[in-house]
Write a protein that binds this ligand. Structure first.
Ligand SMILES: O=C(O)[C@H](O)C(=O)CO
Ligand SMILES: [Mg+2]
Length: 264
């Protein structure tokens, strides 16, 4: 049965960030994920996570300067990217016992083409994969939809897998967010079966879900959630499924979808 992690950057915003681990645990979540935890010292978060008795299964590397959505594919930002990984992302992951870090690629700079900047992303992630391996961390690249993120470098699942193949490191994989994938390309059942197949040469390291088009709870909208959750189960997905959505009317009021999947 799918194991869900609450995304405590989008859910539980009724609580201060440090209290969200306990709030999610109280609702039966065994794991949480977050986007950018860097405003609170890692040691404080580690204490609060441990006290709540939940795992942290994913965090994002820093996004870069104001307005940026990552810098890993931005030529000229290599030094800043490496510093952000060594000084923030990996130390936070280690302090919090978090095995996955999502590295955002960023926007294609004006006047450049995707193909021009792809080598920057591949080189940065090859270097980062070695550093992450020493910390026991898997790095993830996530295709985001271009409607919410115009100009973002990575939009499609096949492109994510192409990047992972080009890096060629065992600890780099794709973060498959069904919300973005449905908006960009659809055909989710076929893509889940293809990319979650253990025989596929490049791997998915994490799944995420939210309704389309409103990015609310995974219980409405254009996707057939009963079918998709059953398929994820049938395919034997061994990882976590991040509930990365914006509650429509309060986090607790919207947790009906989660009740059949509660394990504690
Ligand atoms: O927006 C998303 O889907 C990502 O997972 C993310 O972390 C962006 O901050
Ligand atoms: Mg996502």
């Amino acid at each position: 049965m799918p194991r869900f992690a609450a995304n405590i950057s989008l859910m539980y915003t009724e609580w201060p960030f440090v209290d969200r681990f306990a709030a999610a645990a109280d609702d039966g979540f065994e794991a949480v994920e977050c986007q950018f935890p860097y405003e609170v010292p890692a040691e404080t978060l580690a204490r609060r996570r441990e006290a709540a008795g939940v795992e942290l299964v994913l965090l994002n590397a820093p996004p870069g300067p104001a307005g940026a959505r990552g810098i890993a594919a931005v030529p000229g930002q290599e030094t800043a990217f490496r510093a952000s990984l060594l000084e923030q992302a990996l130390p936070y992951a280690q302090a919090l016992g978090c095995p996955r870090v999502h590295v955002m690629s960023g926007f294609v700079p004006d006047g450049r083409e995707r193909a021009d900047v792809q080598p920057t992303l591949v080189d940065n992630l090859r270097w980062a994969a070695d550093e992450a391996a020493r910390a026991g961390v898997t790095l993830l690249v996530e295709p985001l939809n271009g409607r919410d993120n115009p100009g973002y470098f990575l939009n499609r699942q096949d492109h994510g897998h192409e990047i992972v193949a080009a890096i060629g490191a065992a600890n780099v994989a794709v973060q498959f967010d069904l919300y973005h994938a449905q908006i960009v390309e659809g055909d989710l059942s076929v893509k889940l079966a293809r990319y979650l197949d253990p025989a596929h040469p490049t791997k998915v390291g994490h799944l995420q879900v939210a309704a389309v088009p409103d990015r609310g709870e995974p219980d409405a909208g254009e996707l057939a959630w009963g079918h998709l959750f059953a398929l994820i189960d049938q395919l034997g997905w061994p990882g976590w499924v991040g509930a990365e959505y914006r509650p429509r009317a309060g986090t607790r009021a919207g947790l009906g979808w989660f009740q059949p999947w509660r394990r504690r």
